[in-house]
Design a protein around this ligand. Structure first.
Ligand SMILES: Cc1cc2nc3c(=O)[nH]c(=O)nc-3n(C[C@H](O)[C@H](O)[C@H](O)COP(=O)(O)O)c2cc1C
Length: 180
């Protein structure tokens, strides 16, 4: 099996990270992987906020707790009160909602980043749970704080770091495929 396929088949969501920060070289590779993603009509109406500052991630985490339902708080409690798993890097993809494919474009980019991270020996989890908070019209300051360009909305995020646990990739369900 070639390296690309190995990375695709071995990626899984990891929710416990070491504190070890990423090297600038690895961060640079992740930036390239993000920007290499295809977009509908090559519009590239996305923006990537690479948040390496712990305090910024912690501020958002705090706001998540303040805004979240009791039910979600209870589920977060099961995970050690963390929505973002204390990863040393969190990347937010925001996009300008110009066409029906904005979210598809962001989804492709986040998987490009996840696979690049996997190939670098890093682990990741894609994060969607901050969508309601970040797309709340009253949270313009928070979007600016995270570097979203004016008028851009949250699409998806990903946390990345060195894994401090392991998890098997999910089982492949061939019934999801029809071959005609
Ligand atoms: C669009 C999307 C949003 C997700 N949001 C979250 C999230 O907010 N928190 C989380 O822990 N995992 C989140 N995940 C990770 C999924 O739970 C995970 O991909 C799924 O359980 C399959 O496991 P695997 O990634 O190990 O194959 C998200 C995944 C996707 C694709």
């Amino acid at each position: 099996m070639n390296e690309v396929l190995t990375n695709i088949l071995e990626r899984s969501s990891i929710r416990k990270f070491k504190e070890t920060p990423l090297s600038q070289e690895d961060i640079q590779v992740l930036k390239q992987a993000a920007l290499a993603s295809p977009t509908a009509r090559n519009l590239q109406k996305w923006h990537f906020s690479f948040v390496c500052e712990k305090e910024k991630i912690a501020t958002l985490e705090q706001k998540m707790f303040e805004s979240t339902s009791d039910d979600a708080k209870a589920r977060a409690k099961d995970r050690g009160m963390s929505f973002f798993y204390h990863a040393p890097l969190m990347i937010f993809i925001s996009s300008q909602d110009l066409n029906h494919f904005s979210l598809v474009d962001a989804g492709i980019a986040v998987e490009n980043i996840a696979l690049a991270a996997q190939s670098l020996g890093l682990k990741s989890t894609i994060i969607g749970c901050c969508k309601d908070l970040l797309n709340d019209p009253s949270q313009n300051d928070l979007r600016t704080y995270l570097g979203f360009p004016e008028g851009y909305q949250f699409a998806i995020a990903i946390v990345i770091g060195y894994g401090d646990t392991t998890k098997e990739p999910h089982a492949l369900d061939m019934s999801k495929i029809t071959q005609l």
